[in-house]
Ligand binder design. Structure first.
Ligand SMILES: [Fe+2]
Length: 377
């Protein structure tokens, strides 16, 4: 087989390790910035983590914006941009999950920079992202802003959106509740799984994604069980870093296409839908992406005694189904109040998704998607 691929790696500076949150001020100074805006999830703004960010930034901290809401709504973004312009902000720090980082990305992308140099280079205000979940927004050049009135999400992808610096500090994830640990952790697992079999993947991303799967398989149940387990939290966060890198550099496939269609229609938590759909899409792809799913089986720790690759591919899907159940997450669409009569519209929505093109098994009609949704219902 002749291997051919193109790839552009998007790069952020990454600081990883316990206690690294305290280096945010040094990073701001290294970037030569003087007027920082701190974007923070409301639930975190009275935490010790937020206090450490403030202490580390010191006199650089000009303003805080804590009106972060889920799904990055237009009104939240507009207010943030107006504040950043009024206070001549030259750096944004975002602490939180996908919503806080999404608001941070939107502000840095749309607020005008005061420096002539950055204007000439068409760059954005730099963003320092400090993720507190495993969803991976910090690794991507993608921004999703939701118009709540129209119920529409506008997705924008631009290399300038990716954060300049990412600080992965496992201690910051200690307080992530077990349900959010489980759901955002399975989202990271899904990013790795899809990056292994996506048509737009490549050998380097596959290696990273398979290693991410093994780490998440080991660490996620331990993190759900004991939030303050530093070893498990560290390995899980490395897995999430690998998942984010995979997500940023390989096109997601059918699973994410389905999750976005479902999420857009019912405004459900992305990680919960992920958890329900993942084993079903893996099973659907098993007869086409057989060797990729057999490799996933190995990464999940399924012993290689059985040499029938197709059987191993199906075992990988079965194990993921059990894994999701063991984490206490829902396993059927009906359990999250989705009506069977809504499934056809969801399937039709998936057909407009780019993710269909990157799926290893061809999708030619909404009927194929509907059959998968019925199994998951
Ligand atoms: Fe995702």
């Amino acid at each position: 087989v002749i291997v051919r691929f193109d790839c552009n790696f998007l790069a952020s500076r990454v600081l990883f390790g316990p206690g690294r949150l305290g280096e945010v001020g040094a990073e701001a100074r290294r970037l030569g910035k003087q007027r920082a805006l701190f974007v923070c999830t409301p639930s975190l703004c009275s935490s010790t983590h937020a206090a450490r960010v403030r202490a580390s930034l010191g006199e650089l901290l000009v303003l805080e914006y804590t009106n972060v809401e889920p799904h990055v709504p237009v009104h939240v973004v507009e207010k943030g941009i107006a504040l950043a312009n009024r206070y001549k902000i030259d750096l944004v720090i975002a602490l939180g999950g996908g919503s806080a980082i999404g608001v941070g990305k939107a502000i840095t992308f749309y607020a005008s920079t005061s420096s002539e140099y950055t204007a000439i280079n068409q760059q954005c205000i730099p963003l320092i992202a400090i993720p507190t979940t495993y969803a991976g927004s910090e690794a991507t050049p993608v921004l999703g802003i939701t118009d709540l009135e129209l119920g529409q999400k506008q997705i924008l992808s631009d290399p300038r959106i990716i954060p300049r610096v990412v600080i992965y500090d496992p201690e910051v994830t200690f307080d992530l509740p077990s349900q959010l640990t489980a759901s955002t952790g399975v989202n990271a697992l899904a990013h790795c799984v899809e990056a292994v079999y996506s048509r737009s993947s490549n050998p380097l991303i596959r290696a990273v994604a398979l290693d991410g799967i093994a780490r998440i398989r080991w660490a996620l149940p331990r993190c759900v069980e004991t939030g303050q387990d530093l070893k498990a939290r560290s390995i899980m966060l490395i897995g999430a870093f690998m998942a984010g890198f995979s997500l940023a550099n390989a096109g997601m496939a059918l699973h994410h296409g389905i999750c976005h269609s479902l999420g857009g229609k019912f405004r459900l938590q992305h990680g919960i839908i992920n958890a329900i759909m993942l084993p079903h899409v893996m099973r659907y792809n098993a007869d086409t992406a057989t060797s990729a799913l057999a490799e996933i089986a190995s990464a999940l720790g399924i012993p290689a005694s059985d040499t029938d690759m197709y059987k191993r591919a199906l075992q990988a899907a079965d194990l993921v189904y059990e894994f999701v159940g063991s984490l206490g997450l829902p396993q059927r669409l009906r359990d999250i109040n989705i009506a069977e009569s809504d499934l056809l519209a969801v399937a039709e929505g998936v057909m407009h998704s780019r993710a269909v093109l990157d799926n290893p098994k061809p999708i030619t009609s909404a009927k194929q998607v509907l059959a998968i949704l019925r199994q998951a219902w």
